[in-house]
Design a protein around this ligand. Structure first.
Ligand code: CU
Length: 213
């Protein structure tokens, strides 16, 4: 929209235009050696006045004797479904306070989702399949993204304002200091970020025909 058109708009419309959530950030996450890091959480916490997030629903599948996805980021108050897509039972648990829970041996979809109403880091396991591992990061803010295989994570539709940018990974070797971010209404800011991540422990799973296990 050109400047003279904007100037012709009534004041009420301008107010709306200023309030639009038009800023975005993109983070490129790499190891100190420059290798792209997948499954990093990029989280934007407003410096003041956390908005009330809309209630959400998420899904973590058990498929081919693995959790999918490996990392799920949710806003506090999200209910997560744990559908079992395998032809045998799983037994999902978390020992991570304060989000401790257990879904005892089950097939198909459990009747109720699990409510994640406390922020924090949650490790998921399965009592039957030792190698199964997944993570949930429960955050306060509605603004977050997960890096893809290329190490890139983008958060869109951000209101202008001051934020703290948090970088986290389930296998990080050290805590990364938050970065202060100041966003104007139409900013698209880029951040090159570094995090040292341990390799995923390889726990060998038995062949798929091992008696339904
Ligand atoms: Cu299992």
């Amino acid at each position: 929209m050109s400047k003279w058109v904007l100037a012709a708009l009534p004041v009420a419309m301008l107010g709306w235009a200023c309030a639009a959530n038009a800023a975005s950030i993109n983070a490129m996450v790499r190891t100190p050696d420059g290798i792209p890091v997948e499954d990093a959480a990029v989280v934007l916490n407003p410096a003041s006045g956390m908005p009330r997030p809309a209630l959400r629903r998420a899904t973590i599948e058990q498929r081919d004797r693995e959790f999918q996805p490996y990392l799920t980021i949710v806003t506090k108050g999200t209910a997560i479904d744990f559908p079992n897509r395998d032809p045998f039972k799983h037994h999902v648990y978390s020992f991570s306070p304060p989000n401790v829970f257990e879904i005892k041996l089950y097939a198909d979809k459990p009747a109720k989702p699990i409510l994640f109403d406390k922020s924090g880091e949650v490790v998921l396991g399965c009592n039957i399949h030792d190698w199964m591992e997944a993570h949930v990061l429960v955050v306060e803010t509605p603004w977050f993204a997960k890096s893809g295989a290329d190490g890139s994570a983008t958060i869109k539709h951000l209101p202008a304002g001051a934020y703290r940018l948090r970088l986290w990974h389930p296998r990080q070797r050290a805590v990364v200091a938050d970065v202060k971010v100041e966003l104007k209404s139409t900013d698209a800011q880029h951040f090159d970020m570094t995090i040292d991540v341990a390799p995923r422990a390889v726990v060998k799973k038995p062949p798929p025909d091992a008696g339904g296990y």
